[in-house]
Design a protein around this ligand. Structure first.
Ligand SMILES: Cc1ncc(COP(=O)(O)O)c(C=O)c1O
Length: 375
């Protein structure tokens, strides 16, 4: 059931038409569902070899992530979620940390709690009017004391894709921590411009929850203290009677044993991505988001997301006039479409497998909304 090219990848999107909410949750792929069922049976067998076979997915998942990032598996640690990975990185920082005020709470809450608890972090907010954390915004906020910048690869609210290379250029050798959940596997970027990349597989990767991971560059491993390191974060056998130092690899940034079933789902989904290629997926997704923007333009619904494909991922955010939000949301619902409506914004997130039928429904929903609109 694995896929090897774009056609079979697209064909593997077997959910019902109307789903435009991949930024919220990604319905599980057929391969992920099949693997999870098979591995669940193996874990019930009582055979050691079967249990070990399922456990192998942990190594496999780390290797596939490393392949996609272009790094070594020793620098990758599986995590229960994106937020756990970000906590591992942020609690170990010292000095000034720049974070966008409008970021997803995985960053804002974590940075605030870490700063309050430890006193070693000086949190400084970035507050650009449009919410886009550009290299210029970062440059203007930098001081001699800045030690790290944390940013989303694709902003959950606006769909803005950060310019990681551009931010790297302005920050020099300071640490760049990236929340990549809204783009990993769909957005073709050079992660090596960053120092820490955290994500989870339950949205764009179609792997279900519990499939998080974090990558730490050499620089990150040197500079970030493994403050939240648990028993699994050591080298060698189970540390009993002695308490060894944390591992020198990314394994230090783990707390406990990882769920092999979650790793199996993650590895299965990553295998598809590796086979198809992120550049291919990115180009195809860009065409889908362009289709969404086409209909928004046609029915004069303002779009908040940048037009430049290099500055967006799979999210298109519509910003209707305040009086239009409820009728627009109602029309989308009436046409059987799933989107996220929050704070007056309508977030539309197609995936590579979003078919013409769903886009036609989207166009129909906007047409129906438009015909009743009061200007
Ligand atoms: C940008 C961003 N970061 C983090 C999260 C939450 O990630 P997790 O549940 O893996 O901790 C979300 C969820 O929507 C998100 O959009």
């Amino acid at each position: 059931m694995s896929v090897t090219d774009l056609d079979s990848y697209q064909a593997s999107f077997d959910g019902e038409p109307g789903y435009l909410d991949w930024a919220a949750f990604g319905p599980l792929s057929p391969a992920v569902r099949a693997e999870a069922q098979a591995d669940t049976e193996l874990l019930g067998s009582g055979r050691r070899s079967s249990i070990e076979l399922v456990g192998e997915h942990i190594r496999e998942a780390r290797e596939l992530i490393a392949e996609l990032i272009g790094t070594d598996a020793s620098q990758v640690a599986l995590q229960p979620s994106t937020t756990y990975g970000l906590m591992q990185a942020i609690y170990g920082l010292a000095g000034e940390l720049l974070v966008g005020r409008g970021e997803f709470p995985s960053l804002t809450v974590t940075a605030t709690r870490a700063s309050d608890a430890l006193g070693s972090i000086d949190l400084k907010w970035l507050e650009p009017e449009d919410g886009f954390i550009t290299p210029d915004v970062v440059r203007d906020a930098l001081t001699d004391d800045t030690r790290a910048v944390a940013v989303s690869l694709v902003d959950f609210r606006t769909g803005y894709r950060a310019d990681l290379d551009g931010i790297r250029d302005v920050i020099g050798d300071r640490l760049l921590i990236v929340d990549a959940i809204q783009g990993f596997g769909t957005v073709d970027v050079d992660y090596l411009a960053a120092d820490v990349v955290c994500s989870n597989g339950y949205k764009w990767l179609r792997a279900g929850r519990g499939t998080g991971f974090a990558w730490f560059s050499e620089r990150a491993l040197e500079r970030i203290a493994p403050v939240l390191s648990g028993w699994s974060g050591t080298d060698g056998d189970l540390p009993v009677d002695v308490v060894p130092l944390p591992a020198s690899s990314a394994q230090a940034f783990t707390v406990s044993g990882f769920d092999a079933l979650a790793a199996a789902r993650l590895a299965t989904s990553l295998r598809d991505i590796v086979d198809v290629g992120v550049a291919t997926i990115d180009a195809e997704l860009s065409a889908r988001t362009r289709d969404v923007m086409f209909f928004a333009d046609r029915y004069e619904v303002p779009v908040l997301t940048p037009r430049d494909p290099e500055r967006r991922g799979g999210i298109v955010t519509l910003a209707p006039a305040p009086q239009d939000t409820a009728p627009l949301a109602a029309s989308l619902t009436n046409h059987g479409l799933s989107v996220t409506v929050r704070n007056g914004l309508v977030r539309v997130s197609p995936h590579v497998g979003t078919g013409a039928d769903t886009l036609r429904l989207f166009g129909d929903a906007l047409a129906a909304f438009s015909s009743t609109r009061v200007w």
